[in-house]
Design a protein around this ligand. Structure first.
Ligand code: TYD
Ligand code: MG
Length: 474
């Protein structure tokens, strides 16, 4: 129309200026068509088969055990969160990763927000010679990290830790996150900016997150959905043994387990966990037994210990290390009710040696045998392993990973395995399967129960060539 107004349909007289016959047909871009024109190519659906996969290929870091857990290495542009308790060795592990990548001739950047450059240098010297490609930036401001990455273009960025960095005054004008470093808002905001940076630059990024034993430190847990990979570094800082496992991994399977030993010169891979976990085991002692525990896709043979004593206080005490307290309570109730083991009024302590945590139900049977053995003061055979879930009726139920458990036990020289009755044969494995339907059967079979209940003298076989300990009493 002459006046510049427009209508969606034909009209003779312009409703705006009142002139007749000034309408001219035009094709204008509707708001939707324009929006499409302005879209970036990335937001248009494409055939999944045409997606470039080269970008998502993992680059080995050079630290074998770390790469194995990641199904090959770190993918450019990916963000990995490494969680673990303070003091477990996260900084050490990542320093070794950085050194390995830098030794391969790449530039890598460590943002050290908790320790000074001097402290990191001292630690790094314990690990060996330092390659020149390893850069360090001791800052806590995420803005400074972004600038440093743009300036130095590293192939790998490590931020140690996400709880110690903050969106600081430098960028406060644009985006300000509330709270002190480590607060949930700060942790999320910092991670958001670092994830954006990683994606934009194709930069492999690892964020360190401190997690307490019960996972109560809210910060890192809240990041799990923002990152591509979540690694958990576990162990007990009073022991040398450490396990690295992928809890979430967008570029490969989880379940691979990396085993390390903390030594004088950093973390070393462990090829024979049995040496560390069973090395100090006392055989022929009541309360001790061995459990083939599933950890990811690996089986670890761990030593279970139980101690039963008269209570020091009116209220009997129950204490676990590396085990699930709720499952122990249930196992004790089943022992008391269905086996007649007098544990309810007594103090009961149960632990897994070596700083390993076992929360799977498959540990129940071994825990029950250990407690019964401790309560009765009779040792279990040294060549014995056991596993199986215990039901409330005292029955022993099937659990996952049967072949792997018995294979690993046989490999380490154990000759008998107490297993749920429904366990199929394992003809290729040189181990005797002792099938039990109930906990009571298992307890009676190894004479760690009430002498009044089918008690008889044992053949005294304790296996592993050691002389039978004098623990059989009537
Ligand atoms: P650290 O990596 O600082 O733990 P995190 O970053 O998870 O808090 O390391 C923790 C412990 O490891 C520390 O107590 C010292 C010990 N350590 C060794 O035993 N050997 C070594 O070579 C290094 C570097 C550290
Ligand atoms: Mg640290």
């Amino acid at each position: 129309m002459d006046c510049g107004a427009f209508t969606a349909q034909w009209v003779g007289r312009c409703p705006t200026c009142g002139e007749w016959n000034t309408l001219v047909e035009e094709t204008t871009l509707g708001p939707l068509t324009r929006a499409v024109d302005e879209l970036a190519l990335g937001s248009i659906p494409m055939s999944l088969s045409s997606v470039d996969v080269a970008q998502a290929e993992a680059v080995p870091t050079g630290l074998d055990e770390f790469d194995r857990v990641l199904a090959g290495g770190l993918v450019p542009g990916s963000v990995t969160l490494l969680g673990g308790e303070p003091g477990i060795g996260k900084s050490t592990l990542l320093l070794q990763v950085l050194v390995a990548r830098a030794n391969a001739g790449q530039r890598v950047l460590l943002v050290s927000a908790e320790e000074s450059a001097h402290q990191v240098r001292l630690r790094a010297e314990r690990l060996g010679p330092l390659p020149p490609g390893l850069l360090i930036l001791p800052v806590t401001d995420v803005g400074a990290v972004l600038n440093a990455v743009l300036a130095s273009e590293p192939a790998l960025l490590v931020v140690d830790s996400i709880q110690a960095v903050a969106v600081g005054p430098a960028v406060a004008g644009e985006r300000r996150a509330g709270g002190v470093p480590g607060s949930i808002t700060q942790v999320r905001e910092c991670a958001d900016q670092l994830v954006g940076l990683a994606k934009a630059r194709g930069l492999a990024t690892v964020l360190v997150g401190h997690v307490t034993k019960d996972g109560s430190l809210a910060g890192p847990r809240a990041l799990e959905h923002m990152v591509d990979t979540v690694l958990s570094f576990e162990g007990d800082r009073h022991h040398a043994f450490r396990m690295l496992l992928a809890v979430k991994h967008r570029f490969g399977p989880t379940g691979e387990l990396g085993l390390f030993e903390m030594g004088e010169h950093g973390l070393n891979r462990v090829d024979d966990p049995g040496r560390l976990l069973l090395g100090d085991r006392l055989t022929g002692v009541p309360g001790g037994t061995v459990l083939p525990a599933l950890q990811g896709r690996r089986t670890l043979l761990v030593e279970l210990q139980a101690l039963v004593t008269t209570p020091g206080q009116a209220q009997p005490k129950r204490s676990v290390v590396g085990l699930d307290a709720g499952r122990l309570a249930m196992t004790l109730a089943v022992l008391a009710r269905h086996v007649g083991t007098p544990v309810l009024g007594l103090d009961v302590f149960a632990s897994v040696a070596g700083g390993v945590r076992v929360s799977e139900p498959g540990a129940d049977l071994a825990v029950a045998l250990a407690v019964a053995s401790a309560a009765r003061g009779v040792a279990l055979p040294a060549d014995l392993v056991s596993f199986g879930e215990i039901g409330l009726a005292g029955e022993v139920r099937q659990v996952d990973g049967l072949p792997r458990r018995v294979e690993e036990a046989a490999r380490l020289g154990f000759t008998r395995a107490v297993v749920p009755a429904s366990t199929p044969d394992c003809p290729d494995v040189a181990i005797e399967l002792v099938r039990v339907d109930t906990v009571a059967q298992a307890v009676a079979r190894f004479r760690v129960g009430d002498p009044g209940r089918g008690w008889e003298r044992t053949d005294g076989n304790t296996g592993q060539g050691s002389p039978p300990p004098d623990t059989i009493r009537r």
